[in-house]
Design a protein around this ligand. Structure first.
Ligand code: FAD
Length: 383
């Protein structure tokens, strides 16, 4: 019984994601990590299974599923390859924005699985404070907008088709504006890809924009109202899917930990590692921490869908809980699997490195705890 309570179509798509995860994504995971390469064949397989159009509206050729199904798919993929799950998550985040504010043409192409999107928010000038972009969008002749930016660390940079892009407003009040920017726009270049510690397959890289021209009609939402869009759409989609990825990553690590401690042992006595009560204690804590995160994940989805009063709190709690719990759980997995994990004999070490990313992805965990504290104390989040 899957805990997400999806409708029949959602269950069918989740089953397809599960099949892909085991038959395709698992096989590629080690190589994607080792080579720090974009998981192209995984994304192609997802396209063929209709999963790239998961959250696009039915009349746009998609499956009309929502954040709940997106979270379920991200968790399923993250069990095998958190990098692929992160690429997928960013695509669903970008799609959610475009579904609400984008052109029919782009929405149709995403619904048909022809386009992959990502969020291009973080910048060298504002680092993890994505709600305060310093890059510019300047109106020029022919109803065009000129973009100039130094984006810092963008998932799927140069590999996807559409960036959901932040800038300062073209004029007036407001913190930001959001744009639909085709990856091939002249004036955009992808910087050197990072030789990252974890999530190496999501191919994060800087993106430099110099006099990159896009039609003014590519604005998503209103000029200067980017903050509302970031908080209203991006934050819930980003935060809840991030928790789902953390849950999947921890499940993947627990499965491999249990296999190791129950399968490996001591020749001199014939006993297995799992016969140490201390090791079973770690396994028990891992299971319990994961189940607590999953309960929060399902409750966050319920809160958002039901428009509950605590929905914002749940959204804030989602990402940081998954991120920080994954650090603890993967630390325990490394300990249980000992030298085998340290020597990279098992995939545990990959999950350990991948688990480090969520807490430094914006909003970073330290900022999130502060936001939650402010919310609980009745203080404004961004004052
Ligand atoms: C694998 C990966 C993929 C990414 N993909 C994308 C992407 O697709 N799109 C995108 O836009 N960005 C992406 N990012 C960038 C990410 O969102 C952050 O902007 C970036 O990782 C944080 O950068 P920084 O360390 O320079 O932040 P800094 O702001 O320098 O933060 C460093 C540390 O300072 C502290 N700190 C910062 N702000 C606060 C605060 N308000 N309160 C308390 N403490 C604080 C925290 O301890 C934090 O860890 C990605 C990052 C990673 C690691």
């Amino acid at each position: 019984m899957q805990p997400y309570k999806l409708d029949a179509k959602g269950n069918e798509l989740l089953a397809a994601a599960g099949k892909l995860a085991v038959e395709v994504i698992r096989k590629n995971a080690a190589d994607v990590d080792e080579a720090a390469r974009f998981p192209r064949e995984n994304i192609d397989a997802m396209r063929n299974a209709g999963l790239l159009g998961l959250v696009s509206a039915g009349d746009m050729g998609g499956h009309g599923q929502g954040l709940r199904a997106a979270a379920a798919v991200c968790e399923t993929i993250a069990r095998e390859c958190p990098s692929t799950a992160m690429v997928t998550k960013m695509h669903y985040c970008g799609t959610a924005v475009i579904e609400k504010h984008g052109s029919q043409e782009v929405r149709r192409d995403i619904g048909a699985g022809k386009l992959v999107t990502t969020l291009a928010f973080s910048e060298y000038g504002s680092r993890s404070h994505f709600w305060l972009p310093v890059s510019s969008a300047t109106p020029v002749a022919d109803n065009k907008i000129r973009l100039d930016a130094n984006k810092q660390l963008i998932t799927s940079a140069g590999e996807c088709d559409i960036y959901v892009w932040s800038s300062k407003p073209t004029q007036g009040e407001g913190l930001s504006s959001i744009w639909c920017v085709p990856m091939k726009t002249p004036g955009l270049t992808v910087g050197k890809k990072y030789d990252g510690l974890g999530l190496r397959g999501n191919c994060s890289a800087p993106i430099i924009a110099r006099e990159a021209l896009i039609p003014a009609s590519n604005i998503l939402g209103e000029d200067g109202k980017g903050f509302d869009l970031m908080m209203g759409i991006v934050l819930p989609w980003f935060s809840v899917q991030n928790l789902a990825i953390s849950v999947g990553l921890m499940e993947g690590a627990l499965e491999r930990t249990v296999k190791h401690v129950t399968g490996q042992g001591y020749e001199y006595s014939g006993s297995r590692i799992a016969e140490f009560p201390q090791v079973r204690g770690y396994v028990a804590r891992m299971r319990t921490r994961i189940d607590m995160c999953r309960a929060l994940l399902i409750d966050a989805l319920d809160a958002i869908e039901q428009g509950r009063e605590d929905a914002t709190l749940r959204v804030l709690q989602a990402k940081v809980s998954g991120a920080d719990t994954a650090l603890e759980v993967l630390d325990m997995a490394m300990r249980c699997c000992g030298g085998a994990a340290f020597r990279k004999d098992s995939a545990i070490e990959r999950y350990f490195r991948d688990s480090r990313a969520a807490s430094v992805m914006a909003p970073v965990s330290d900022a999130m705890w502060d936001f939650i504290g402010k919310a609980v104390c009745g203080m404004p989040l961004f004052a």
